[in-house]
Design a protein around this ligand. Structure first.
Ligand code: MG
Length: 280
């Protein structure tokens, strides 16, 4: 990890949908496969180069249907050339045994949580055996993990996977801040996490996600500390201000692009995003 990356472009990741039903809160959240492809295409045109994907059933509940993941991936490969496709293996409302089913479709990346944590109303359970199983499947299918860090111990979970040869020693990690009952969004906690990452995973690339009203401020902290990527999107936050809903994922991506420019950096192209995150 370099101390400063002012000369390198920034990857914009867009988390388009999430696993918590939201359409009743903001009708712009894409739910059907067609809506997801259209919303991602707009976000791609606005500068996003990585798409984090959850799929939904017709009643908006979280789905593990690998065919739905494959359909979104096919649409993105067609309409968003070069965009990094990242499937979620996250757990809310999904059977643990089904969380890796989509990996056989070989997305570029998949999210991988390396430990458990409290969420607003549930325990987000990631047992050591489930983590090892998901990491093994990602290795088998050539899927690059994005390590989700909801707690300091999760960094050490990632380190154990490196030592076991299940993930490469230059992982991409994302610090998630502002989930109720998990890590608060506080700048000094990001500094602690970064210091520990530099100590135990010195080659890692990194990003940070702020949930809800923390989205913009966490992005600023990340950019001020030389992040390789930023994350935005309606999964994490459905508002532009307290009183105004985001009109689209693309609008949030536009705000991320403005933040990147304010920090004197520029938005990565798809090819630059792939190079930055260790993809072909
Ligand atoms: Mg997610």
């Amino acid at each position: 990890m370099a101390a400063s990356r002012s000369d390198t472009p920034v990857v914009i990741a867009v988390a388009i949908t999430g696993s918590v039903p939201r359409k009743k809160d903001n009708p712009a959240v894409p739910v059907t496969v067609a809506e997801q492809i259209e919303s991602t295409h707009q976000a791609f045109e606005a500068g996003a180069t990585l798409c984090h994907i959850h799929v939904r059933n017709d009643d908006e509940s979280p789905s593990s249907d690998p065919d739905k993941f494959a359909a979104v991936q096919e649409g993105l490969r067609k309409h968003c050339p070069g965009m990094i496709v990242q499937f979620s293996t996250g757990g809310r409302g999904r059977d643990p045994a089904a969380r890796g089913l989509s990996l056989k479709h070989r997305p570029d990346m998949a999210s991988l949580s390396t430990g458990s944590v409290n969420f607003p109303t549930i325990v987000y359970e990631n047992s050591a055996s489930l983590v090892t199983d998901l990491a093994s499947q990602m290795k088998q299918y050539g899927v690059r993990p994005e390590i989700e860090i909801f707690d300091l111990s999760h960094l050490h979970g990632a380190k154990r996977l490196v030592e076991a040869g299940l993930i490469d020693p230059r992982p991409h990690v994302q610090f998630v801040m502002g989930v109720q009952n998990a890590m608060p969004a506080e700048a000094h906690l990001l500094d602690i996490l970064l210091a520990e990452t530099r100590r135990i995973l010195p080659e890692a690339t990194w990003t940070a996600a702020g949930i809800g009203r923390n989205q913009a401020v966490v992005m600023d902290w990340a950019l001020a500390r030389g992040a390789d990527a930023v994350r935005t999107g309606l999964e994490d936050n459905i508002r532009v201000t307290k009183d105004r809903l985001a009109a689209s994922n693309a609008e949030l991506v536009g705000l991320a692009a403005e933040a990147i420019a304010r920090h004197g950096r520029r938005v990565a192209t798809p090819a630059e995003a792939r190079a930055a995150l260790g993809l072909d």
